[in-house]
Design a protein around this ligand. Structure first.
Ligand SMILES: C[S@@+](CC[C@H](N)C(=O)[O-])C[C@H]1O[C@@H](n2cnc3c(N)ncnc32)[C@H](O)[C@@H]1O
Length: 271
């Protein structure tokens, strides 16, 4: 809830009440707003096309010849679930927002959709999934929510399964650095989350997972300058050839698995 600024006394600092990210997508109309955002913004459309390509590469590399049992965590309006539902054997999308899920329910044909918060009660246990995805969630979740979510998800991941998550504001990206600096100057009390590749690695390790591979997405995003889709694709294609450039991409995607115990064929996960 926001307090009306006109009620502030002269010299009184603006009070910023932090609410959990869990609450951010629950209001009526948010689902429709989110859908429009993805359809109307050129950069988002470009990134989404890159994400789809990368997801297909991940399926080919890690799941060829295997049935896939998908859990799409924080599935929202079903963007990722919808893309995958006909490519997997079973699909389950979960989210805490009824408003986002209402749109997902209209779009999804086969997927099971559950409104639940597994960070409070892991109702999916003892089921296991060999592919768990979480897109556009971890960056904005506060630290406690990040830890609770990855902990709950690790419990649902098959021994030989993969957990795929993204970070859509990588602090190593030049454009994110610029936007962050501008935001700090113009709105120092506001929130502008960034996350580094190192933080992604630590997040995975918190719960006995490790990053197997990073797929970079989105290299050239100068603020307020329209860049053609084709140019963006060409730049991503060229930059993607060099692993050392991963840390400069705006929206890297990490593929994680259970950490291997050295000298042993089995895997481990912290409970
Ligand atoms: C930016 S949306 C991302 C939706 C979708 N993954 C995508 O990439 O389009 C973030 C979603 O996280 C959901 N969320 C927040 N906290 C959650 C929690 N504890 N469990 C499940 N979903 C949660 C929000 O309701 C929201 O739908």
């Amino acid at each position: 809830m926001r307090r009306n600024d006109s009620l502030r006394l002269p010299g009184e600092k603006k009070k910023v009440t932090k609410i959990s990210y869990k609450e951010s997508h629950k209001y009526q109309g948010k689902g429709a707003e989110y859908e429009a955002y993805y359809q109307n913004k050129a950069w988002q459309r470009f990134l989404w096309s890159r994400e789809q390509e990368i997801i297909l590469r991940i399926l080919e590399k890690y799941f060829t010849g295997r049935d896939i049992h998908l859990l799409d965590f924080a599935c929202g309006t079903g963007r990722i679930t919808e893309f995958l539902e006909n490519r997997v054997k079973t699909s389950t999308g979960i989210d805490v927002s009824g408003s986002m899920l209402a749109i997902a329910r209209e779009k999804l044909k086969r997927a099971e959709i559950i409104e639940t918060d597994i960070t409070v009660e892991n109702v999916l246990k003892p089921r296991k999934f060999n592919l768990i995805t979480a897109f556009r969630f971890f960056l904005n979740a506060e630290p406690e929510l990040r830890s609770a979510a990855i902990g709950a998800l690790a419990e649902l991941l098959e021994e030989d399964g993969y957990f795929v998550f993204n970070n859509h504001q990588n602090s190593g990206s030049l454009w994110i650095k610029l936007r962050y600096a501008r935001h700090r100057k113009k709105n120092p009390e506001g929130t502008f989350n960034v996350m580094s590749l190192d933080q992604m690695k630590k997040l995975a390790e918190e719960t006995g997972l490790e990053i197997e591979e990073i797929y970079p997405a989105g290299f050239f995003h100068p603020p307020k300058v329209p860049v053609s889709y084709r140019l963006n694709r060409a730049i991503d294609w060229a930059a993607g050839k060099f692993n050392f450039l991963n840390r400069f991409s705006e929206s890297p995607i990490a593929v994680c698995r259970r950490k291997k115990i050295p000298g042993c064929d089995t895997f481990t996960a912290k409970k």
